[in-house]
Design a protein around this ligand. Sequence first.
Ligand code: SAH
Length: 347
Amino acid sequence: MEEKIDLKSMNKEELTAYMLSIGEQKFRASQLYEWIHVRQARSFAEMTNLSKALREKLSAQAYLTCVEMADVQISAIDGTRKYLFALEDGNMVESVLMKYKFGNSVCISSQVGCRMGCKFCASTLDGLERNLTPAEMLDQIYAITLETGERVSHVVIMGSGEPMDNYDNVVKFLGLLTDENGLHISQRDVTVSTCGIVPKIKELAKLRLQINLAISLHAPTDEKRKALMPIANSYTIKELLDAVKEYFAITGRRITFEYSLVRGKNDSAEEAKELIALLKGFPCHVNLIPVNPVEECGMRETSRDGVVSFMQTLEKSGIHATIRREMGRDIDGACGQLRRRHMKADS
Ligand code: SAH
């Protein structure tokens, strides 16, 4: 059997070309696109302004990617909702909905698993299973909108997976997400977080998008970074910062550096000073995250006082720093923990 066509991953031009190729008129493509991305229909049957014959033709050749909610945990502390979604092939991914004063922010996964091997992260423990399609990334957001009945205003690609390791699909997803004919989330309200795949950061810069870039730095020297993140063996901090400066020069978007504080590994006063030397004068923001301990990783979090004093040292030197609010601490908070719990329960 021929493979069915993934309509939800198609941009407007591709969908138009497809509809023309099956003998339909251009305005039908606009209707279909609106059903998929604005009304977020989950079946062809809902598309009542398309003829029954067309709906049948579409369902014979094509499909609409729909993730299925397998579990949801709701934080009693702050209402954060953590979702476990089943993909069509039975794989599972996680997404998180956080409610802020400025709106609803969804954190999505970009891959099933991850192959980056960061030493503190649960998502990478079983390696990479596969990339997500643009539609599978989008539908995490659509499914959450359906479940809550509330608009999603902000999207962060900070769930499981390394977005720059699934570059083409992520870029396509960003186009669909921010398209004025679709859900139309403002580029400025979208953040991509990467462990620092330098050539891909440079490629992304050339697209001149107005999205925010977050860099997982986590250490101030190459030696210390290598101990936490294998990607540091491929690119030095200098190469990473040069790429990030290029991103800023082209887009004008201020960069966020993520720094997860791990007790005894990267959290001393000395390391704060090294970080200051590295970032001084660069328009950026440092987001400090007390590491969320994952059983298998054996890393401990920095004490509350340690985190605050690390932040104050940065601030005193004029580096803007905040401590990330720990949303949903009472529900498997760290990336990949909910999926792992399910995998263990199944085995
Ligand atoms: N691959 C992307 C997205 C990963 S998750 C990246 O590396 O940026 C988003 C952030 O959470 C990253 O900064 C990641 O390093 C961090 N992170 C992962 N596991 C963590 C944990 N257990 N505690 C604290 N931060 C963690």
